[in-house]
Design a binder for this molecule. Structure first.
Ligand code: PMP
Length: 369
């Protein structure tokens, strides 16, 4: 089946092979007589799905043994509260503000921490640059440092995570990796906790992934709901409450798809990273030489996943989107807070999709002239 190319920022495209497997197994998973949505989360069938998904993710992302993988609900925004409820110890929280999502994180943390300090901000450049870690004013004794490693709206991405210890902070680093999880490897030696909603690169909305270092468990504030206490969730293998079973199953199929991916001699996440670099390079280099399109983000901060761009003649926006839709290039409209266009190039977007987009953009630009 020839599907259109879907550039949505999330919920986003899912690999066709994953959807086909899910469709084939919808009514009867592996001869059990049940669909996955109909199974008890405590039955042997679902436990097998869960254990496979966890093991595959651990292998793909090379998650060390002293980190727990939690499958939760609530999405990225709920984690903005759940993280300080678990980690803040009601003390100071440091936040690096690099766009809309970390801005929201710092506001939410204020409800739970005694103090939230914005230790660096990209606001002065309208979030088109990332503040250099050497300039961050880190607090002494902060309970954690939050950063959003890929800002989905502004299209800025940390291509290297900061080494907080080298910067003089003993605090664990918390990253919101919602919109680039599984697009590249993670340096776990620099991370205390990573969280992300599944609906961009892992599967359907409703599943939230949390990967947390074991020593950070067990410090929740008394007011923290039990279902959001990472230690309770970890001690119960993510089954203190009913987990998002369908999301875990779909993410599990996506992990198996990821394990099958190859680019040259690279497989899995390394293969995805190569492909994602090539996809992003193709689009940015076209935009940069164009007279019509513009991306304002500093080259070293540009996201591989979310590429916002503008038409210099904004009166052409609607025509651009309509023509794109006619050619099977969907959901290119930019976020309402910044306007313009945005192409999200998550793992499920093949290079051919970006080639089709660039060729349409070229055609549209030539018709302008
Ligand atoms: N963080 C980032 C980086 C995001 O892109 C999003 C959603 N676009 C969120 C948090 C919020 O996630 P949710 O809607 O799942 O709460």
């Amino acid at each position: 089946m020839n599907r259109p190319y879907n550039f949505s920022a999330g919920p986003a495209a899912i690999p066709a092979e994953v959807l086909e497997t899910a469709a084939a197994e919808m009514l009867d998973w592996h001869g059990s007589g049940m669909g996955v949505m109909e199974m008890s989360h405590r039955g042997k069938e679902f436990i097998a799905i869960y254990e496979q998904a966890e093991a595959d993710l651990r292998e793909l992302l090379a998650v060390p043994a002293h980190f727990k993988i939690l499958f939760m609900q609530g999405g990225g925004l709920a984690e903005n509260a759940i993280v300080p409820l678990n980690l803040s110890r009601a003390a100071t929280v440091d936040v690096v503000v690099t766009g809309s999502w970390s801005q929201k994180s710092q506001k939410e943390a204020r409800k739970y921490a005694s103090e939230v300090r914005v230790v660096a901000s990209g606001e002065g450049s309208h979030f088109t640059t990332l503040p250099d870690p050497s300039t961050w004013q880190l607090s002494r004794g902060a309970s954690y440092v939050h950063l959003c490693s890929n800002e989905t709206i502004h299209g800025v991405e940390f291509h290297e995570l900061p080494d907080l210890q080298a910067l003089g902070s003993d605090a664990p680093l918390v990253i919101d990796f919602s919109s680039h999880v599984a697009s590249r490897p993670v340096d776990w030696s620099r991370v205390g906790l990573a969280f992300g909603g599944a609906q961009k690169n892992l599967g359907p909305a409703g599943l939230t992934l949390v990967i947390v270092r074991e020593d950070l468990l067990g410090h929740a504030l008394p007011a923290c709901p039990s279902a959001f206490d990472y230690k309770v969730v970890a001690d119960n293998q993510s089954m203190f409450n009913t987990p998002p079973t369908w999301g875990i199953y779909m993410a599990g199929l996506t992990f198996q798809w990821l394990k099958r991916q190859k680019e040259g001699d690279a497989t899995g996440i390394a293969a995805m990273e190569r492909r994602n670099i090539a996809k992003a390079q193709l689009l940015y280099s076209y935009i940069d030489q164009s007279q019509l399109y513009l991306n304002k983000v500093a080259p070293n901060a540009r996201s591989r996943m979310n590429i916002p761009f503008f038409l210099r003649d904004e009166s052409r926006n609607d025509a651009f989107l309509a023509g794109a839709k006619e050619r099977g290039l969907l959901q290119l409209k930019g976020h309402k807070s910044v306007g313009g266009m945005r192409a999200s190039l998550y793992n499920a977007m093949p290079l051919a999709g970006v080639e089709a987009l660039v060729s349409y953009m070229r055609e549209f630009e030539q018709h302008q002239a």
